[in-house]
Design a protein around this ligand. Structure first.
Ligand code: ITT
Length: 190
């Protein structure tokens, strides 16, 4: 059993649909842990490590976390590590999307990528896995599924935003799926 160190229920839902019972995972909520996990650093890697280490120190149990960012080329990689709290009125998905669309108003170059870093702590050792999904930022919001920036991101190889896709469809392209696939391979080989 692994604890998934996240307070984001959307991530838990995606993780469950990817793992499909292959590995038993408990969310913080399911493990009865109520804590605001800190994300004080300037890189996804350090924040992911901070999250998994925080939960490991409390529980002494094997666990993993992930930190994800949307990196937009024309905005020099922003919102990146600040993805969750990009707009002043932090964490409201709508405000974050609005800020991105306003900043990119009139921009031709709309290339971007989602990057997920998973930090696994297994028997006190840390391991990291990365997943990247390249794509384009739309001019306006399209679709109502998913969360975060899904309504303004079209992955390479599709003509739909993540927010127009079912979970299974999103998993065909997603950064999270790619990182989790590496995690699964690692766990199956030890
Ligand atoms: P935890 O730290 O508790 O895991 P969080 O929501 O704070 O949850 P992050 O620090 O990784 O997670 O924040 C990344 C933000 O990026 C998140 O709040 C969303 O706005 C966005 N995001 C992450 N994954 C995404 C995805 O698959 N699709 C769209 N937006 C995503």
């Amino acid at each position: 059993m692994l604890i998934f160190a996240t307070n984001n229920q959307n991530k838990v839902n995606e993780m469950n649909s990817i793992l499909n019972g292959l590995i038993e995972v408990k969310s913080l909520k399911e493990a009865g842990i109520e804590i605001e996990i800190p994300e004080p650093h300037n890189t996804l890697e350090e924040n992911a490590r901070e999250k998994s280490a925080t939960i490991f120190n409390i529980t002494n149990k094997n666990c993993f976390s992930e930190d994800t960012g949307l990196e937009i080329d024309a905005l020099n990689g922003e919102p990146g590590v600040k993805s969750a709290r990009y707009a002043e009125d932090e964490s409201a998905y709508k405000n974050n999307i609005e800020k991105v669309l306003n900043k990119m108003d009139g921009f031709q170059n709309r290339s971007a990528q989602f990057k997920t870093i998973i930090s696994l702590i297994l028997e006190e050792k840390e391991y990291q896995f990365e997943g990247i999904c390249k794509g384009q930022i739309t001019a306006s919001e399209i679709g109502t599924n998913g969360f975060g920036y899904d309504a303004i991101f079209i992955p390479e190889g599709s003509d739909k935003t993540f927010a127009e896709m079912s979970l299974d469809e999103k998993n065909k392209f997603s950064h999270r799926k790619k990182a989790v696939t590496q995690l699964i391979t690692f766990l199956m080989n030890i």
